[in-house]
Ligand binder design. Structure first.
Ligand code: CTP
Ligand code: CA
Length: 244
């Protein structure tokens, strides 16, 4: 608490961050989900807040103790927490706050598909021991793509950031997959987690390259999720500086 928040690099900036992983309901007690812990998104939200930004964190099933909600004070910006369950709820929660945001970071693992039908009551087995249901899936909206479309339609200058974990394959470098994704999404920065095929998913140390909008590597960080969050916060601050 040495400096006043005015001196911080993101003072006056409003940030909207999604974290965690969506769950897509099958019936009142079951869902399709993923193993995202929400650690990276919470680290990003905290780093942006520490850099002086007012933060709205939209958490989808984050299995951590979330940071305390904080009203803005003279020495510290606001930190608010909201919850979303499914991809559709997350889309709503982000869309509702997008217009007010100067920077949006999508770290949440959004289910690409959801069950086409949600049973109103618990799905039961039948008497036939060979009988098993077939679950039909439908596509979920691409939330990040939708946020970029809204931004471009309104001529907004907000900074939009995506995350991706890529392994690459025999012929393609993980960063090339990242570049293709960046172009498809149209975001300003894409944090590509280069998941080596010998590395374990969900580990605490990661190698992340931040790609700029033109696909060039802006910076590479090897370290904890807090290190990644700190580097990304710097990259965001530089972009916002350029646009001011
Ligand atoms: N994302 C999103 N909405 C979706 C899927 C993904 O907003 N329905 C966002 C994620 O939050 C992330 C980025 O898009 O910031 C990249 O997610 P990823 O799953 O890597 O991209 P996809 O377009 O779903 O491609 P893939 O087929 O490789 O899963
Ligand atoms: Ca996906």
């Amino acid at each position: 608490p040495a400096a006043s928040s005015e001196a911080l690099p993101l003072a006056g900036v409003r940030a909207l961050v999604s974290a965690g992983g969506t769950q897509e309901p099958l019936d009142p007690v079951r869902y399709l989900g993923n193993r995202s812990s929400g650690k990276q998104g919470v680290a990003v939200a905290k780093a942006l807040h520490e850099a002086g930004a007012d933060v709205d964190l939209v958490a989808a099933h984050v299995d951590l103790i979330l940071p305390q909600e904080q009203a803005a004070t003279a020495s510290s910006p606001r930190f608010s927490v909201h919850r979303a369950g499914s991809a559709q709820e997350l889309e709503d929660a982000m869309a509702r706050r997008a217009e007010q945001a100067d920077v949006i970071v999508m770290t949440a693992a959004v289910a690409d598909f959801r069950p086409a039908e949600v049973a109103e009551s618990k799905i039961k087995k039948t008497a036939d021991p060979d009988d098993a249901p077939v679950i039909r899936l439908v596509r979920n909206p691409d939330i990040l793509r939708g946020l970029v479309e809204r931004r471009d339609l309104t001529g907004d200058t907000q900074v939009i950031v995506g995350f991706a974990a890529e392994t690459g394959d025999a012929r393609t470098d993980p960063l090339d997959f990242g570049r293709a994704k960046l172009e498809r999404k149209g975001c300003d920065l894409l944090c590509v987690n280069q998941v080596g095929r010998d590395l374990v998913f969900g580990q605490d140390t990661t190698k992340v390259t931040v790609l700029a909008a033109d696909g060039s590597p802006d910076r590479t960080v090897e370290g904890s999720k807090d290190d990644v969050a700190a580097a990304l916060t710097q990259a965001i601050a530089q972009l916002i500086d350029h646009r001011r």
